[in-house]
Design a protein around this ligand. Structure first.
Ligand SMILES: *Cc1c(COP(=O)(O)O)cnc(C)c1O
Length: 381
């Protein structure tokens, strides 16, 4: 059966049916070389020339990710933020960017820095309002940056509708799919030009590397410029991390499936609970983005949700009282994490001080629910 007739989970589990032609190993090895010899005609022997542009292990991981995302090409970076920076480094003075008001704090911090130093203008829109994006776009808009679900309120943006808005002004639509790995949101098919993901999160899934990936529909001049930024800054992912990432990717569909099911049970359980003001999760039918999420996500509504506690003090008590949930930032790993989000947000953040962000892992959900129950009990009067 040809590769493109197999399902994504099959291609992913086999890291593209990898078999090393030299000895039959079914797992790609770690190739640490920083330079690569040329042949008798002085042509590169493979696709790698010098380590700062990535070696064979990183290139294999990129091929797996491009396949997963249905992309023409994928590019791996040493962190999610270095991928974000490579996108914004292509902006020129006078360019305009549209971004959600509540989005990943590093993205917002970098955009504000660009606005201060480079003459870029930024409009932040309210992602919980369906007409806010269209109102923020201008003729000089270069990038429309969207996140869905948005971190940490889990608002949903309609990707296909955003793509229509982008096409009408000639802007590029860039989708941060970190909280929704692309196998479940076919963002490029829905019209996004570039998909960004922090590979630190679900893609790797084991909280043991930092990385980022860009996937593109077209490899044109813009893509080449992002690649040049990576090459000149040396922000390519290293071979060891790429090896770990390939290993993590092989179980992405299993981890994602379990995290989605666990998160749905937790959201349902606490949606009518005395110690909790509100549950934010797109899987709940009363969530304002539920219908769009059901249309554009596949396999579940994700492993991320937030609980709004009765007060900031109550949120702090809950976050310091769990015994199964680990009190830490980050998301998308096999272990469940709880975070009192306001503690890591920049000054002036729009995030509720009573918000607890949960990254639901793959543990037995009964232990997760019991843990939250006992922690919430400690915060009750
Ligand atoms: C973590 C994260 C990033 C940044 O990625 P790093 O790997 O931490 O640099 C960007 N966007 C979202 C939504 C994230 O969760």
């Amino acid at each position: 059966m040809s590769n493109d007739r197999q399902h994504k989970a099959t291609r992913l589990a086999q890291a593209l049916h990898f078999i090393n032609p030299a000895h039959g190993a079914v797992v790609p090895g770690i190739e640490p070389a920083s330079t690569f010899a040329r042949d008798a005609d002085y042509a590169p022997m493979g696709r790698a020339v010098y380590g700062r542009d990535g070696g064979p292990t990183t290139q294999h991981a990129e091929a797996v990710l491009a396949d997963l995302d249905g992309a023409e090409a994928a590019m791996l970076f040493a962190s999610g933020m270095s991928a974000v920076v490579a996108v914004f480094e292509t902006l020129r003075s006078g360019d305009h960017v549209v971004c959600p008001k509540v989005a990943y704090h590093g993205t917002i911090t970098w955009l504000n820095r660009m606005a201060e130093l480079r003459g870029i203008t930024v409009s932040y829109f309210d992602a919980s309002k369906s007409d806010a994006l269209a109102a923020a776009v201008r003729p000089e808009t270069k990038f429309i940056w969207i996140e869905s679900p948005t971190n940490p309120n889990w608002d949903i943006t309609d990707i296909a509708a955003a793509a229509k808005i982008a096409a009408s002004t000639g802007a590029k639509l860039i989708f941060d799919a970190t909280c929704c790995p692309v196998m479940t949101t076919r963002a490029l098919d829905l019209g996004a030009d570039i998909v960004f993901q922090s590979a630190t999160k679900y893609l790797n899934g084991h909280s043991d590397l930092t990385g980022g990936v860009l996937s593109t529909r077209d490899t044109g001049a813009l893509w080449d410029e992002m690649r040049l930024v990576r090459t000149l800054q040396g922000t390519v992912m290293g071979a060891f991390e790429a090896y770990l990432l390939i290993r993590g990717l092989r179980t992405l569909h299993l981890r994602w499936d379990r995290a989605c099911r666990n998160a749905m049970e937790i959201a349902t359980h606490f949606s009518d609970h005395d110690g909790i003001e509100a549950v934010l999760y797109p899987g709940l039918p009363n969530h304002p983005g539920h219908d769009v999420a059901a249309r554009q996500m596949e396999g579940g509504f994700g492993g991320m949700l937030s609980l709004i506690a009765r007060s900031e003090a109550s949120a702090r008590t809950i976050a310091t009282s769990t015994r199964v949930f680990v009190p830490a930032t980050s998301l998308g790993g096999v272990e469940s994490l709880i975070e009192h989000r306001i503690a890591v947000e920049p000054p002036g953040s729009a995030v509720s001080p009573a918000l607890l962000r949960l990254s639901v892992g793959i543990e037995d959900v009964r232990d997760l629910i019991a843990d939250l129950e006992q922690a919430i009990a400690q915060a009750m009067p």
